[in-house]
Design a protein around this ligand. Structure first.
Ligand SMILES: Nc1ncnc2c1ncn2[C@@H]1O[C@H](COP(=O)(O)OP(=O)(O)O)[C@@H](O)[C@H]1O
Ligand SMILES: O=C(O)[C@@H](O)C(=O)COP(=O)(O)O
Length: 426
């Protein structure tokens, strides 16, 4: 069956967030890790989300991987491809939102690309091109302290222009409120003026429904789960979607086995969730300096977890406050610290799976990418939602056998997320 909607996600937590939104809004969806091997049996679905780990790599590498994924999705019938970015517009002045958006647009024959990270359900809104995170301008939100891509400018037209070759325009709220024809007319006018991408305002889900309807008439769009909601609802309204939530029942079958949580996110929400988890389960706080010094800290963590895991879930966390992260980065460099810690948490996750863990929660986008790659999991069915943006995932074609995972975006989830997740993963 040809797919209706294709998506390329720039990280794995973002991919599961989008797959959750598409499923909830009427599209049977599967999440793949990279372009799947032809031998992998995937269910018949309306939408495929190809997860890539390209948010923090060099722009040319990101463009190359995204272009190949676009080709693969078009080959499976996708009429529209959504480039799934973070709802907090995580990027640097070098990219990768601008370069990838422009490359995908070119591959699809042009047209001005509609871009919006709005995701009202998690408090991300865009007004006059400025992104607000739970009511705070992006540059005043906790994203100003992100370990890999600190965000210092809430004006997305400016942010996107710094990393794009073409001009960047705005579709303001007045136009969005006027409905799909007004948005389409504005997009056409921007295209005639040679503008390659347009940041669209959106505050409420109804704005995203308008934007989704217009985006669907174009080959490519760029956005977060909010735009996914708009696209999915437009497809469902058109009567083309097969059925809501296919895969969810299968995804809920219990897997048993041991349970663990591995955290590498330093986001404010994850730091709070770790404090709360400490009240109900053993939590090991890794020493980042020791992690960078060699493998002893990893071995000690595996042995600590091994002694406790048969009696209940354990948490292993590299996560630290912005001050601790800054000190480490000042000594070892931003990228080197991030990558070394991702590699360490991935090793810990895979060693825990080797010791019988079949229910695994990973906190952090890059952290999840490194762990899922290390486990060589090829794809996921989408299960029930634990918190907005975070579903239970069930592995497809996993070399370790069936597992349930939750890949939690650093900033998502309530304070009791970890216990809530494990309660749903049986
Ligand atoms: N104590 C620490 N010091 C510095 N960097 C850290 C520390 N703990 C984790 N990191 C790194 O911070 C980054 C967090 O990014 P990510 O996993 O995407 O989380 P989020 O979802 O919150 O963005 C990763 O590269 C991770 O390895
Ligand atoms: O759109 C979002 O906010 C998330 O889906 C997302 O992309 C999360 O990225 P991380 O915070 O790096 O996990």
């Amino acid at each position: 069956m040809p797919i209706l909607l294709g998506s390329i996600a720039d990280d794995y937590t973002g991919a599961s967030d989008l797959a959750n939104t598409l499923t909830k809004n009427g599209l049977a969806t599967v999440q793949t890790i990279g372009i799947p091997d032809p031998s992998l049996a995937l269910p018949d679905v309306d939408a495929v989300v190809v997860s890539l780990k390209i948010r923090s790599v060099a722009a040319d590498e990101a463009v190359d991987a995204a272009t190949k994924a676009e080709e693969w999705l078009r080959g499976r019938g996708a009429g529209h491809v959504l480039y799934k970015i973070c709802s907090t517009f995580d990027c640097t002045d070098q990219g990768n939102i601008g370069p990838v958006t422009e490359a995908l647009c070119q591959a699809a024959g042009g047209a001005t690309v509609l871009v919006t990270p709005a995701f009202p359900e998690t408090g991300r809104t865009v007004y006059l091109g400025h992104l607000f995170v739970a009511g705070q301008p992006l540059n005043e939100s906790p994203l100003k302290d992100h370990p890999l891509n600190p965000m210092h400018d809430a004006n997305l037209v400016r942010v996107m222009a710094r990393q794009s070759r073409g001009a960047v325009g705005l579709i303001d709220l007045a136009t969005v409120t006027a409905g799909p024809s007004a948005v389409k007319a504005r997009l056409d006018a921007l295209r005639a003026a040679g503008v390659s991408a347009a940041i669209a305002d959106a505050i409420f889900e109804r704005d995203l429904e308008t934007l989704g309807e217009v985006a669907l008439q174009t080959p490519v769009s760029t956005g977060a789960s909010g735009l996914g909601l708009g696209l999915a609802r437009a497809l469902a309204r058109s009567g083309r979607a097969s059925s809501a939530g296919a895969g969810t029942t299968d995804a809920m079958r219990p897997v048993g086995g041991l349970a663990a949580i591995v955290a590498g996110s330093c986001s404010a929400a994850t730091l709070r969730q770790l404090d709360i988890a400490e009240q109900s389960m053993p939590v090991l706080r890794l020493d980042p300096e020791k992690l960078l010094a060699g493998s002893d800290e990893i071995a000690a963590a595996i042995s600590w977890a091994g002694e406790r895991i048969s009696t209940g879930p354990v948490v292993v966390a590299a996560s630290a406050s912005p001050e601790v992260v800054s000190r480490l980065q000042a000594r070892h460099g931003r990228e080197a610290s991030g990558h070394a810690i991702e590699s360490a948490t991935a090793t810990i996750a895979s060693e825990l799976v080797a010791r019988g863990v079949r229910r695994l929660v990973v906190a952090g986008g890059e952290t999840s990418g490194a762990a899922v790659d290390r486990l060589a999991i090829p794809a996921f069915l989408i299960g029930p939602e634990i918190a907005p943006g975070v579903p239970v995932l069930r592995t497809i074609g996993n070399p370790q056998g069936d597992m349930l995972l939750a890949l939690k975006s650093g900033n998502f989830g309530g304070d009791d997320f970890f216990t809530a997740a494990l309660a749903m993963m049986r």
